[in-house]
Design a protein around this ligand. Structure first.
Ligand SMILES: NC(=O)c1ccc[n+]([C@@H]2O[C@H](COP(=O)([O-])OP(=O)(O)OC[C@H]3O[C@@H](n4cnc5c(N)ncnc54)[C@H](O)[C@@H]3O)[C@@H](O)[C@H]2O)c1
Ligand SMILES: [Zn+2]
Length: 366
């Protein structure tokens, strides 16, 4: 006899609207009809988390902000606190914060009482267009980021662009960089649109953000829907990240993730052999958005080449890279969506990018 079990696909409700957190969000969370625990970080977003807590008569759990607190210890502390406060199976966890909070609180929700409903309220632009989508949750190990975790989809994702008002510009730009990546791999119209609206984006105009966030989310959602477990297509979201992670790590994380990924997108775009005019176009967009590419000039080529071998897509000690067919479209490579390059080709691409960044620096600061 053979029996089968086909779990029902779950539907994630995603709302993107300015002012959403004042009323609609409260209704959505209440509808889940449970005891609410709000998890947040102690930096910048306290007002949003506290007002949600008040409206929902929820308990507030806070942990220190920063990647260094994305650990198993933080997760265990939160679980102990939830248990002590008497939270049981009827808990709904609401994560209010940047990607660190959505990853950690999401992982807590995935395992607390074997899984309780989760609502994500991302407060950084990167969390809105990237970290909150796709169900990946987790914590870091000393030498491996996001090594322990689970794929666990939230019941709802509530995105209110007004909360970005308080986000420091430096980390806000990390989100802009991921948006450009989405345009490069899937939807070139995103690049056209950002070219026309970059000033309003830098001013964090909520109406402009509503459209930009929604277009960018659509790219990630489409890709994740087709390959939730990252067996093929989902790798394309990693475009720019093989080189980007190498740069971040070679500079001891003194460069932001978004800036390193921006450089990575240029280098990997060059490896893809798309027309150089297209790469210059993207470069100019980064310039307009004030992404500080020049920080890349301080990195060592040898260190980047070496560190890229640790990338999660690497096979047999050789890094693999997502490549573009053209702006807005990737190459398939027999369903692998990535391929290797010789050391010479990699050196050539890194040197081209160094020269391109030098050139714009010379124009700006002769
Ligand atoms: N799960 C995924 O698929 C996925 C995807 C991409 C990134 N991530 C993870 O996301 C994390 C990075 O996310 P991040 O860039 O949001 O970093 P972050 O969570 O560290 O937030 C950046 C900083 O901004 C502050 N902040 C956030 N929102 C604010 C606001 N509205 N006002 C004032 N300050 C605010 C935070 O306190 C923090 O100091 C990494 O840990 C990364 O691994 C996960
Ligand atoms: Zn990224």
């Amino acid at each position: 006899m053979k029996l089968t079990l086909q779990p029902q696909p779950i539907q994630v409700e995603i709302l993107i609207r300015r002012g959403l957190l004042h009323e609609e969000a409260i209704e959505v969370i209440r509808r889940l009809g449970k005891r609410v625990a709000v998890i947040t970080h102690d930096n910048g977003v306290a007002t949003h988390a506290k007002s949600l807590c008040q409206a929902l008569q929820a308990d507030l759990f806070t942990f220190s902000s920063g990647e260094e607190y994305k650990t198993r210890e933080t997760k265990a502390k939160l679980e102990d606190q939830l248990l002590k406060a008497g939270f049981g199976r009827d808990t709904v966890i609401v994560a209010v914060g940047g990607g660190v909070v959505t990853d950690v609180a999401g992982f807590v929700a995935a395992t607390y009482c074997r899984g309780v409903p989760l609502v994500l309220v991302p407060t950084s632009l990167l969390a809105m267009v990237d970290a909150c989508l796709g169900g990946k949750t987790g914590v870091n190990m000393p030498k491996s980021k996001n090594f322990i975790g689970a794929i666990y989809q939230p019941h709802a994702i509530l995105i209110d662009p007004e909360v970005l008002e308080t986000q420091p510009l430096e980390s806000y730009r990390d989100g802009l960089s991921e948006m450009i990546k989405h345009g490069m791999i899937w939807d070139a119209a995103i690049l056209d649109w950002i070219e026309d609206h970059w000033e309003k984006l830098l001013q964090k105009d909520p109406g402009t953000l509503e459209k930009a966030i929604s277009d960018s989310c659509q790219v990630k959602l489409t890709v994740v829907e087709r390959d939730e477990k990252e067996e093929g297509l989902r790798r394309i979201l990693n475009f720019g990240h093989t080189v980007g992670h190498g740069i971040e790590s070679s500079l001891n994380y003194s460069i932001s993730h978004g800036t390193a990924v921006a450089v990575g997108c240029l280098v990997e775009g060059y490896l893809s052999k798309i027309p150089e005019a297209d790469l210059q176009r993207v470069l100019q967009l980064y310039q307009k958005l004030e992404i500080p590419l020049k920080l890349f000039l301080e990195s060592s080529e040898e260190a980047i080449l070496d560190l890229m071998k640790n990338d999660k897509k690497a096979v047999g000690g050789k890094a693999r890279f997502v490549t573009l067919a053209r702006l807005g479209s990737v190459e398939e490579h027999d369903g692998n969506y990535c391929r290797t390059f010789d050391k010479k080709e990699l050196q050539h691409a890194l040197r081209w990018c160094r020269e391109a960044v030098y050139s714009i620096e010379r124009i700006e600061h002769p």
